[in-house]
Ligand binder design. Structure first.
Ligand code: GLC
Ligand code: GLC
Length: 650
């Protein structure tokens, strides 16, 4: 809440600033008077909030007012550059702000080059996206990046240029329009924690330009890095120890740069308001290309403070809220999705209409895989019961796989309350998914195994982790059937739990691990490439054939997607756990607009029973079967088939 004092300060600041803006922007204003009026209206509405946040972050700077004015000029310029159709979209979204909670929503994510060579290729796949039912398409980082290693594009050298092999910015903006006409919102990353070391800001720093000295966090000696590192976690320990990298050509005797991720990814210094202003411009530039959702990459790390672990700090939230206020003023249609793969208590702190309206749900993802391995649903059920409800104007993005590794980010306290030791259990999960645990069906690879802490994360495609690779290569039809059921079961949960389901494209046809990344010098050190294969369109061609593996997965998934889209109960995210009294069966109720659906997900390979008493209590006998192979008996116990995803409702 903005206090009376801040309200007064912000009012006076705006009174002083508006005439200066009018002077600076005379030409644009006279060319677009209506636009200017609309902008002034939004500024009046959101300035107190923006001012409060900006003042909280930068109010102690001697040149605060200079940066504030600079920011407002950028906001106005970006608004003037916003195309008419996007301004119309702004209005439509403002009139229907919860559009993303609809059961019609379905997300997909892919790499431009791996899925379709380039942006024109992606355009040619629009009919496929429509066939699948997508309404949201996240294209992985497609901006100019260093040749060779660039962390799959997460090292950005220019936010205003498309990586040349993929196409041009004009093509991106034309693609966004065609997607929108097809009912699909374009999602791209704002990689805003760091840039590549080839970004012009880094180049200017290297050249010794004073204005760029504090765009990044650079230190002439180990003194401060050592002090910071006392409290820091290592994120990519395979790549470099600690959080800093030494560059011999900086300063006179070299310098240490803050590099949370790879050495070529330099962390930006948001304590400098110029960095905020320039990134706000980059963000609005992307919004003006027609990007509707910005995936805020690595949100946890953007603010640093000595003596803390520099993750999830209060000012990180202020920064994102300030970016959000910027978007509300100059690109109101745009939403934020947070990528915080951290403790569940911290994940939810980013979710708010005034911060990130959308968030990855890493807990649901990790616990789905936990249930697949243990065949037990206690942790999953507990998480859905206690951690699923978020602000009613926001939504989870639920997924089973993305381009990253799986980290076991459940809460140790939650696990302990069920008698599970978090540390030991993570070790078991890693052993299981690495295929080392006896009887494991999974074929995963270790990612960033840290011998110092015993920490390890898992790479691998959905199908390979769910047992399909092993089943096809070593077992046979029975095991193949079970693996396919597992894939469909976990997708069933993300499609019905509430929020936006997100499919990692390739998973819809059961794509297996691709070990050829080991032959590519730019990828060999990063096992995540095992689950980033090039799309095989010959395999896609089999997707309608129920006799082949691709078709079985694809058609199964299509049924689940149709289930979601045909039933309004799957809109919104109201969810109640139904105590199934069976450790292997996750059961929950979804309700929306007077509709109801009840889900029974059997995570075990054997038949499971749900007592007649429970079915009676929840009036299940009166319901129709909407999905699944088991059938609802008459007034008797329910026998759930192995790995079945049974849904009943009206
Ligand atoms: C995000 C991305 C990941 C990348 C990291 C650094 O976590 O998802 O792929 O390595 O940010 O940008
Ligand atoms: C860490 C980060 C997360 C990132 C991941 C990449 O877990 O917290 O943001 O996605 O590394 O592997």
């Amino acid at each position: 809440m903005v206090t009376v004092d801040v309200e007064r300060k912000s009012k006076r600041s705006l009174q002083r600033l508006l005439p200066r803006l009018e002077k600076e922007l005379t030409d644009s204003i006279s060319a677009d008077l209506n636009g200017w009026q609309e902008f002034v209206e939004r500024i009046r509405k959101y300035f107190p909030l923006l001012f409060d946040l900006y003042f909280g972050l930068y109010g102690n700077r001697y040149d605060f007012f200079f940066h504030l004015e600079d920011l407002l000029i950028s906001l106005a310029r970006s608004w003037f550059a916003r195309a008419t159709d996007l301004r119309e979209l702004d209005k439509a979204r403002e009139a229907n702000p919860l559009w993303f909670q609809s059961n019609q929503m379905l997300g997909g994510v892919c790499y431009v080059d791996l899925f379709a060579e380039n942006l024109e290729g992606v355009k040619s796949k629009i009919p496929y996206f429509k066939e699948l039912g997508l309404t949201y398409l996240h294209l992985m980082p497609l901006f100019k990046a260093p040749e060779g290693e660039n962390d799959g594009g997460y090292a950005v050298s220019s936010y205003r240029e498309v990586h040349p092999p993929l196409g041009t910015m004009e093509q991106l903006s034309s693609l966004s329009r065609e997607l929108r006409q097809a009912g699909i919102s374009l999602v791209v990353d704002l990689v805003f924690n760091h840039t590549s070391d080839e970004h012009i800001w880094a180049e200017r720093l290297k050249a010794g330009e004073e204005d760029y000295a504090d765009f990044y966090r650079v230190f002439p000696s180990r003194e401060l890095p050592d002090a910071y590192e006392r409290n820091l976690r290592e994120i990519f320990p395979d790549e470099h120890a600690g959080a800093f990298t030494f560059f011999p050509n900086l300063f006179r005797n070299g310098g240490w740069v803050w590099t949370t991720f790879h050495s070529y990814q330099w962390d930006l210094n948001y304590a400098n308001p110029a960095v905020f202003n320039r990134m706000a411009e980059e963000m609005l530039f992307l919004a003006n290309q027609g990007v509707e959702v910005i995936r805020l990459d690595a949100v946890a790390f953007i603010w640093k403070e000595m003596g803390t672990n520099c993750e999830n700090l209060p000012n990180a939230h202020k920064l994102i809220q300030a970016f959000n206020a910027v978007a509300r003023i100059s690109a109101p249609a745009m939403l934020f999705k947070s990528e915080a793969i951290v403790h569940p208590d911290d994940v939810v702190k980013y979710i708010d209409p005034g911060e990130c309206q959308l968030s990855y749900n890493p807990l649901l993802m990790a616990l789905l895989w936990n249930s697949v391995a243990t065949r037990k649903v206690r942790l999953l059920s507990q998480a859905l019961a206690t951690r699923h409800t978020i602000h009613p104007e926001t939504a989870w993005v639920n997924y089973v796989r993305v381009h990253d590794d799986i980290g076991w980010t459940f809460s140790d306290e939650d696990a302990a309350s069920l008698g599970v030791n978090g540390y030991d259990h993570r070790r078991f999960l890693n052993e299981f998914y690495l295929g080392r645990f006896e009887g494991s069906f999974a074929r995963g690879l270790p990612f960033q195994e840290n011998p110092k802490t015993g920490d390890c994360r898992i790479s691998g495609t959905c199908a390979s982790l769910a047992g399909l690779e092993k089943a096809l290569n070593e077992e046979g039809p029975n095991a193949v059937e079970l693996a396919i059921r597992r894939i469909l079961l976990i997708h069933g949960v993300i499609l019905t739990a509430g929020g936006i389901p997100l499919i990692y494209l390739g998973d819809e046809i059961g794509t297996l691990n691709d070990y050829t990344y080991r032959d590519d010098p730019a990828h060999e050190r990063d096992s995540r490439w095992v689950h980033r294969p090039r799309a095989d369109w010959e395999k896609y061609a089999g997707r309608h054939d129920p006799a082949c593996m691709e078709g079985r997965v694809y058609l199964g998934l299509q049924n689940l997607i149709a289930l979601r889209k045909d039933h309004e109960a799957f809109s919104g995210s109201e969810l109640d756990i139904l105590p199934s009294e069976n450790d292997h069966v996750l059961a929950f109720i979804r309700k929306h607009a007077g509709q109801r659906a009840v889900i029974f997900a059997n995570f075990s390979e054997s038949q499971q029973t749900i007592a007649a008493r429970i079915l009676d209590q929840y009036s299940i006998y009166d319901e129709a079967t909407l999905h699944g192979i088991s059938s609802i008996p008459g007034q008797k116990d329910l026998e759930l088939e192995p790995l079945d995803f049974l849904v009943v409702g009206t």
